[in-house]
Design a protein around this ligand. Structure first.
Ligand code: VGL
Ligand code: ZN
Length: 194
Protein backbone atom coordinates (compact mmCIF):
# COMPACT_ATOMS: atom_id res chain seq x y z
CA UNK A 1 0.00 0.00 0.00
CA UNK A 2 1.47 3.37 -0.96
CA UNK A 3 1.47 6.13 1.64
CA UNK A 4 0.50 9.71 0.91
CA UNK A 5 1.35 13.01 2.57
CA UNK A 6 1.47 16.70 1.72
CA UNK A 7 4.74 16.29 -0.20
CA UNK A 8 3.34 13.52 -2.40
CA UNK A 9 1.37 13.94 -5.61
CA UNK A 10 -0.86 11.30 -7.15
CA UNK A 11 -0.64 11.64 -10.94
CA UNK A 12 -3.66 10.11 -12.70
CA UNK A 13 -2.61 9.49 -16.30
CA UNK A 14 -5.03 9.62 -19.23
CA UNK A 15 -8.07 7.78 -17.82
CA UNK A 16 -10.09 8.88 -20.84
CA UNK A 17 -12.84 7.14 -22.78
CA UNK A 18 -10.71 6.34 -25.83
CA UNK A 19 -8.34 4.32 -23.59
CA UNK A 20 -10.63 3.15 -20.78
CA UNK A 21 -13.96 2.39 -22.49
CA UNK A 22 -14.27 -0.80 -24.59
CA UNK A 23 -15.86 1.41 -27.30
CA UNK A 24 -12.86 3.77 -27.29
CA UNK A 25 -10.71 4.02 -30.41
CA UNK A 26 -7.50 3.05 -28.59
CA UNK A 27 -9.04 0.86 -25.92
CA UNK A 28 -6.46 -0.59 -23.55
CA UNK A 29 -7.49 -4.07 -22.46
CA UNK A 30 -8.75 -3.91 -18.88
CA UNK A 31 -8.63 -0.11 -18.96
CA UNK A 32 -11.96 0.25 -17.19
CA UNK A 33 -10.57 -1.77 -14.27
CA UNK A 34 -8.20 1.03 -13.30
CA UNK A 35 -11.11 3.42 -12.59
CA UNK A 36 -12.09 2.02 -9.16
CA UNK A 37 -8.42 1.69 -8.23
CA UNK A 38 -7.87 5.32 -9.21
CA UNK A 39 -10.91 6.46 -7.24
CA UNK A 40 -9.72 4.59 -4.17
CA UNK A 41 -6.22 6.12 -4.43
CA UNK A 42 -7.65 9.62 -5.08
CA UNK A 43 -9.68 9.23 -1.91
CA UNK A 44 -6.68 8.03 0.12
CA UNK A 45 -4.43 10.75 -1.32
CA UNK A 46 -6.92 13.51 -0.53
CA UNK A 47 -7.47 12.22 3.00
CA UNK A 48 -3.71 12.46 3.61
CA UNK A 49 -3.43 16.00 2.18
CA UNK A 50 -1.61 14.89 -0.97
CA UNK A 51 -1.95 16.70 -4.28
CA UNK A 52 -4.00 14.97 -7.00
CA UNK A 53 -3.35 15.93 -10.62
CA UNK A 54 -4.68 14.50 -13.87
CA UNK A 55 -3.20 14.30 -17.34
CA UNK A 56 -5.31 14.28 -20.46
CA UNK A 57 -4.18 13.34 -23.98
CA UNK A 58 -5.67 16.18 -26.04
CA UNK A 59 -4.97 16.12 -29.77
CA UNK A 60 -6.01 18.27 -32.72
CA UNK A 61 -8.07 16.44 -35.40
CA UNK A 62 -4.98 16.18 -37.55
CA UNK A 63 -1.51 15.45 -36.10
CA UNK A 64 1.51 13.36 -37.16
CA UNK A 65 0.75 11.38 -33.98
CA UNK A 66 -2.11 9.74 -35.96
CA UNK A 67 -1.73 6.95 -38.52
CA UNK A 68 -3.76 8.85 -41.10
CA UNK A 69 -1.27 11.74 -40.87
CA UNK A 70 1.92 9.64 -40.94
CA UNK A 71 2.10 8.45 -37.32
CA UNK A 72 1.27 5.15 -35.68
CA UNK A 73 -1.98 5.63 -33.77
CA UNK A 74 -5.65 5.48 -34.68
CA UNK A 75 -7.39 8.81 -34.18
CA UNK A 76 -7.94 9.21 -30.41
CA UNK A 77 -8.50 11.83 -27.74
CA UNK A 78 -9.35 14.61 -30.18
CA UNK A 79 -9.88 17.78 -28.14
CA UNK A 80 -13.44 18.06 -26.79
CA UNK A 81 -14.58 14.72 -28.29
CA UNK A 82 -16.26 11.97 -26.26
CA UNK A 83 -13.07 9.92 -26.45
CA UNK A 84 -11.04 12.72 -24.89
CA UNK A 85 -13.35 13.08 -21.89
CA UNK A 86 -12.38 11.44 -18.64
CA UNK A 87 -14.11 8.13 -17.94
CA UNK A 88 -17.49 9.13 -16.48
CA UNK A 89 -16.90 7.14 -13.27
CA UNK A 90 -13.53 8.76 -12.54
CA UNK A 91 -13.49 11.21 -9.66
CA UNK A 92 -11.95 14.36 -11.08
CA UNK A 93 -11.01 16.66 -8.23
CA UNK A 94 -7.82 18.42 -9.07
CA UNK A 95 -5.86 20.20 -11.71
CA UNK A 96 -5.75 18.83 -15.25
CA UNK A 97 -2.64 18.94 -17.44
CA UNK A 98 -3.41 18.55 -21.13
CA UNK A 99 -0.72 17.35 -23.51
CA UNK A 100 -0.36 17.12 -27.27
CA UNK A 101 -2.60 20.14 -27.77
CA UNK A 102 -0.28 21.68 -30.38
CA UNK A 103 -0.04 18.49 -32.46
CA UNK A 104 2.99 17.14 -30.58
CA UNK A 105 3.43 13.60 -29.30
CA UNK A 106 2.54 13.99 -25.66
CA UNK A 107 3.43 10.70 -24.02
CA UNK A 108 4.86 12.14 -20.81
CA UNK A 109 2.76 14.31 -18.56
CA UNK A 110 5.87 16.45 -18.09
CA UNK A 111 6.87 17.12 -21.68
CA UNK A 112 5.72 17.14 -25.28
CA UNK A 113 7.79 16.42 -28.38
CA UNK A 114 7.32 17.77 -31.88
CA UNK A 115 7.47 14.62 -34.06
CA UNK A 116 8.81 16.59 -37.04
CA UNK A 117 11.61 18.57 -35.38
CA UNK A 118 12.19 16.47 -32.25
CA UNK A 119 11.94 19.62 -30.12
CA UNK A 120 10.93 18.80 -26.55
CA UNK A 121 9.10 21.32 -24.39
CA UNK A 122 7.64 21.18 -20.87
CA UNK A 123 3.99 21.04 -19.84
CA UNK A 124 2.90 22.87 -16.70
CA UNK A 125 3.16 19.70 -14.58
CA UNK A 126 6.65 20.16 -13.15
CA UNK A 127 6.07 23.78 -12.10
CA UNK A 128 2.76 22.76 -10.58
CA UNK A 129 4.50 20.11 -8.45
CA UNK A 130 7.45 22.35 -7.54
CA UNK A 131 5.08 25.12 -6.54
CA UNK A 132 3.52 22.77 -4.01
CA UNK A 133 6.82 21.47 -2.65
CA UNK A 134 6.16 17.97 -3.96
CA UNK A 135 9.02 15.47 -3.49
CA UNK A 136 7.34 12.16 -4.27
CA UNK A 137 4.90 11.05 -6.96
CA UNK A 138 2.63 8.04 -7.30
CA UNK A 139 1.49 7.24 -10.84
CA UNK A 140 -1.56 5.32 -12.04
CA UNK A 141 -3.53 5.21 -15.29
CA UNK A 142 -3.11 4.37 -18.97
CA UNK A 143 -1.15 3.13 -20.67
CA UNK A 144 1.73 1.35 -18.90
CA UNK A 145 3.92 1.10 -22.00
CA UNK A 146 3.42 4.69 -23.22
CA UNK A 147 2.15 7.55 -21.12
CA UNK A 148 2.62 5.92 -17.70
CA UNK A 149 6.16 4.84 -18.59
CA UNK A 150 7.22 8.19 -20.06
CA UNK A 151 5.66 10.12 -17.19
CA UNK A 152 7.44 7.89 -14.64
CA UNK A 153 10.80 8.14 -16.43
CA UNK A 154 10.55 11.94 -16.57
CA UNK A 155 9.47 12.14 -12.91
CA UNK A 156 12.47 10.05 -11.80
CA UNK A 157 14.83 12.09 -14.00
CA UNK A 158 13.48 15.30 -12.48
CA UNK A 159 14.36 13.98 -9.03
CA UNK A 160 10.95 12.96 -7.70
CA UNK A 161 10.84 9.71 -5.76
CA UNK A 162 8.56 7.80 -8.11
CA UNK A 163 6.21 4.88 -7.55
CA UNK A 164 3.94 3.20 -10.12
CA UNK A 165 1.02 1.28 -8.69
CA UNK A 166 0.87 -1.91 -10.72
CA UNK A 167 -2.77 -2.58 -9.90
CA UNK A 168 -3.71 0.82 -11.29
CA UNK A 169 -2.12 0.59 -14.74
CA UNK A 170 -2.76 -1.38 -17.96
CA UNK A 171 -0.69 -1.75 -21.15
CA UNK A 172 -1.42 -1.40 -24.89
CA UNK A 173 1.01 -4.26 -25.76
CA UNK A 174 1.35 -3.30 -29.43
CA UNK A 175 4.13 -5.95 -29.37
CA UNK A 176 3.97 -8.93 -27.02
CA UNK A 177 6.10 -8.19 -23.97
CA UNK A 178 5.85 -4.39 -24.12
CA UNK A 179 4.31 -4.30 -20.67
CA UNK A 180 7.15 -6.24 -19.03
CA UNK A 181 9.75 -4.21 -20.92
CA UNK A 182 8.08 -1.02 -19.70
CA UNK A 183 8.22 -2.19 -16.07
CA UNK A 184 11.89 -3.14 -16.56
CA UNK A 185 12.77 0.26 -18.07
CA UNK A 186 11.03 2.03 -15.20
CA UNK A 187 12.77 -0.13 -12.57
CA UNK A 188 16.14 0.50 -14.24
CA UNK A 189 15.49 4.25 -13.90
CA UNK A 190 14.87 3.90 -10.17
CA UNK A 191 11.07 3.80 -10.27
CA UNK A 192 9.44 1.67 -7.60
CA UNK A 193 6.79 -0.71 -8.96
CA UNK A 194 4.40 -1.36 -6.09
C1 VGL B 1 -1.12 7.11 -25.19
C2 VGL B 1 -0.73 6.19 -27.25
C3 VGL B 1 -1.01 7.39 -27.86
C4 VGL B 1 -1.22 6.91 -23.70
C5 VGL B 1 -1.40 8.33 -25.79
O1 VGL B 1 -1.95 7.65 -23.03
O2 VGL B 1 -0.53 5.98 -23.19
N1 VGL B 1 -0.79 6.06 -25.93
N2 VGL B 1 -1.33 8.45 -27.11
ZN1 ZN C 1 -2.11 10.25 -27.99
Amino acid sequence: MVEYDAKTALIVVDIQNDFADPAGSLYVKGGEAVVPVANREIERAKAAGALVVYTQDWHPASTPHFQKDGGIWPVHCVAHSWGAQFHPDLRVEGEVVQKGTGGEDGYSGFSVRDPRTGTVGPTKLESLLRGRGIERVVIIGLATDYCVKETALDAAKLGFQTTVLREGVRAVNLQAGDEERAFEAMRAAGVRIE
